[in-house]
Design a protein around this ligand. Structure first.
Ligand SMILES: O=P(O)(O)OC[C@H]1O[C@H](O[C@H]2O[C@H](CO)[C@@H](O)[C@H](O)[C@H]2O)[C@H](O)[C@@H](O)[C@@H]1O
Ligand SMILES: [Mg+2]
Length: 270
């Protein structure tokens, strides 16, 4: 089945979004989460599959919005870049703590020796938890239990203690089958607010699309600025997002439609 066919009746908000973006490309700025929004979830962090056409589609949508598109992710910035090579989109990584603007200027968080030691302790303390996977992201660390759901509570307690120990510069970030310790200096809402001050994004209304707890801060920001927010996934999940979408494939389908509309308009104008 092609991506174009995957919009369901519950994707009415997404259809509406396509129309708005096609008809008013100078009015909106688009902020996209990666895992669970652009890309289907997988059993482990490195098992994700980026559909071949996705990087080019994002580039075409970005061109349509005159560069007002950014990726806002829990992944590290270099990892996220690798997923969409050869393109280099504006990206906020580590849930908003790392930031590369539209002009390419980048701010990265350096890990302290104490945080490096804490990550090593986490690896040691979880060694007995078969199936628990530790993802080292530099100035953040994720403990995944998708392959070991029985360790949910034990892992949360351990991560809570370690986050307290890390001090006020780090916070615990729960997510889908994961507990993370991330830099406290900015969340995804702060990252979207920073983008909206950049020339490529300024004066536009934000549309934020995500699938998880970490995305709630950017939904709230978009709502407060008169924009739009869409949470991908189950219709019953509590969220402050104004609308829901059924799946990452529905989002990819919407983006492909916007990209194609752009190409069709460009062809008919020439
Ligand atoms: O903000 P995002 O771009 O959605 O990133 C959030 C986290 O995504 C990744 O973990 C999640 O996806 C994995 C791959 O599908 C899945 O195995 C895991 O259970 C999910 O929690 C990533 O590994 C994290 O670093 C991101 O923070
Ligand atoms: Mg996500």
């Amino acid at each position: 089945m092609s991506e174009q066919e995957k919009l369901r009746p519950s994707d009415a908000a997404t259809r509406h979004l396509i129309r708005r973006l096609v008809e008013e490309p100078d009015r909106w700025a688009l902020f996209l989460d990666i895992d669970g929004t652009l890309i289907d979830l997988a059993t482990t962090p490195d098992a994700i599959q980026v559909p071949l056409s996705l990087p080019g589609t994002l580039d075409a949508v970005s061109a349509r919005l005159r560069g007002a598109l950014a990726l806002v992710t829990g992944r590290s910035l270099p990892y996220a870049d690798g997923l969409f090579a050869p393109f280099r989109f504006p990206i906020a990584g580590l849930h908003g703590a790392e930031f590369r603007g539209a002009d390419g200027e980048t701010s990265i968080v350096t890990q302290t020796p104490a945080f490096t030691a804490l990550k090593q302790r986490l690896v040691e303390q979880t060694a007995w938890m078969e199936g628990v996977l530790i993802e080292d992201k530099g100035a953040a660390v994720a403990a995944h239990y998708r392959l070991a759901p029985a360790y949910d509570t034990a892992l949360e307690t351990m991560m809570r203690h370690l986050a307290d120990e890390a001090g006020p510069d780090w916070v615990l970030q729960p997510g889908k089958m994961v507990f993370e310790i991330r830099p406290a200096r900015a969340d995804k809402g702060d990252a979207v607010a920073s983008y909206l001050e950049e020339p490529a994004f300024a004066g536009r209304l934000p549309i934020t699309i995500g699938d998880d707890l970490t995305d709630e801060s950017m939904f709230a920001l978009a709502n407060a600025r008169g924009g739009q927010s869409i949470r991908v996934g189950s219709l019953s999940t509590a969220t402050c997002a104004l609308a829901k979408a059924s799946s990452p494939s529905a989002i990819r389908s919407a983006l492909a439609t916007i990209a194609t509309a752009h190409e069709q308009r460009a062809a008919s104008a020439s």
